[in-house]
Design a protein around this ligand. Sequence first.
Ligand code: GCB
Length: 609
Amino acid sequence: MLERSDLAENALQALHDEAYGVPFDPRNLNHRTMVFTGGRDGRSLNGDWTFCVDLLDTGLRQKWYAMQPMAPEERTEPWDYDPYDGETVPVPSCWQMLKEKWYFFEGSAWYTRPLDMDAADAEDADRRWFLRVGAAQYDCKVFLNGVFLGNHVGGSTPFFAELTGHLKAGRNWLMLMVNNTRTADRVPMRNTDWFNYGGVYREVELFAMPRTVIRDLFVHLAADDGYDRIRAAVEVDGPAAAARLEIPALGIDVAVPLDADGRGAVEVDARPDLWSPESPTLYDVVLSAGGDRVSDRVGFRRIERVGDEIRLNGRPLFLRGISVHEDDEATGKVTGEEDLRRRFAHARELNCNFLRLAHYPHHERAARLADELGFLLWEEIPVYWAIAFDDPRTYADAENQLLELIRRDRNRASVIIWSVGNENPDTDARLAFMSGLARTAKSADPTRLTSAACLVNHARKRIEDRLAEHIDVIGINEYYGWYEENFEDLVDIGRNSAPGKPVVISETGADGVRAPQGPARGLFSESYMREVYEKQIAILRNLSYVKGMSPWILYDFRVERRQNVFQRGFNRKGLIAADKATKKEAFHVLSAYYAQRRAAAESEAEDGR
Ligand code: GCB
């Protein structure tokens, strides 16, 4: 037992210790500690958690996580916060959306909740327990019963903490410290054109698993040119000599031999009906090993780049797309099924077959729905603008986010492109950083295309970026008619460029605000926005190497940089206003263009049949 004088001494030391955060940043919860959760029943830990913002990181300095639950009158030392008592918030949520006093808060916040376990469960030596957090922005430290289990960095990918050996029968306490401070070495860094929400904003679940745990399952068409072989790669943690793969509708039931590290792969003959937006066929896939069992619904299709074409199942493809953020006027980044279904319904009305999920990994349900509904997706990590390209820790963070995204979504047929960043300056450090990410994406997943949203070289009036050599599809963000005034320059750029690879116009657009809040004409008017769309389409449709576009953006979204009288804290380039209902004139322009492209694609498909 510490004496009061020792406590005072410790407290004093804590005040002077500016390295207090170092032991809490091992970044040990990362892509390597992921577990495959398809088909598993988790116990939801959503709902009310005790909550406190902590601007000065007092909780780490004073070890709030080590306090015992106790009635106030029983406490014998002074305390500054009781994690077991006080204000509560729902999880998932973004704290900005809950109370006005938290709207601009950037820093640390503590979440605490009880976790009650039956003795039979807690003491079962044959079970392992994993906590899954769907996403927390940005650094999340996990404590159980006062023990620090690790932290995760990266605000939009899921992570796992193994609780085995730390859970006891009866009441346990789970604590998460989440920090959303914007720093120069994070991914993204300090400056972005979207709102810096904070909190545990995706679902939290607890999974019970046997001693042997299936960590990964990756199923896809085998890498040759044909369509008649399926490959599965698996990773199993724990004793098992082989796994068993079943795809009942294709008559597949085979053993997957595992090596000493629990890894194995098989290729089997099969003729699946191919997945496409027109015919989004999915198959039930089941994998079992050492008493563990997981499942997934998987579509089989081939996406490739040939010259300046993108081909899906061997047929040239034009991506009729739209960009989207994960943002909601009322809930911030919290995304439910209804919101996603509305998003896809609007994309359908636009005659889209493609969505760019910008600028960070969206909720995994987006790709699951796209698989079912038949949409193609571009997924992205937030390597946005001026990242610390020469900082190896920043690279490790970006690469980890990319690998977590790929592991989460690489069974989704809808996902065709991994994007490694957006609008970054063409420096040597950036080239090394982003070409490294593109290589990582290819080695983790050779079945998809890589891309990045690049900029045109305005001075030389051409598409020119050294990264282009390292990616399959060149994304181009261009704002002729908005940030760049002269449309003639876009015509020149089109003429001067011979990229030799497919180009997707990953962004273009203009702000437009419906009157009477918006002006009747000129910048920020709905009619000027419409004109920009008309002119862009008129020019881009003639460029043979442009194989798709995803204008900016489906809905208006919240962002602090935009404060003029028309913006009022929102980027107003949405084809639909922030209410997700009010369509602007440009919506109909894009929808009409895509209807023409769709009709042309359908008649080409008819002819090719
Ligand atoms: C861009 C960025 C995007 C912005 C958009 C804009 O180029 O990639 O994040 O929101 O322009 O509206 O300026």
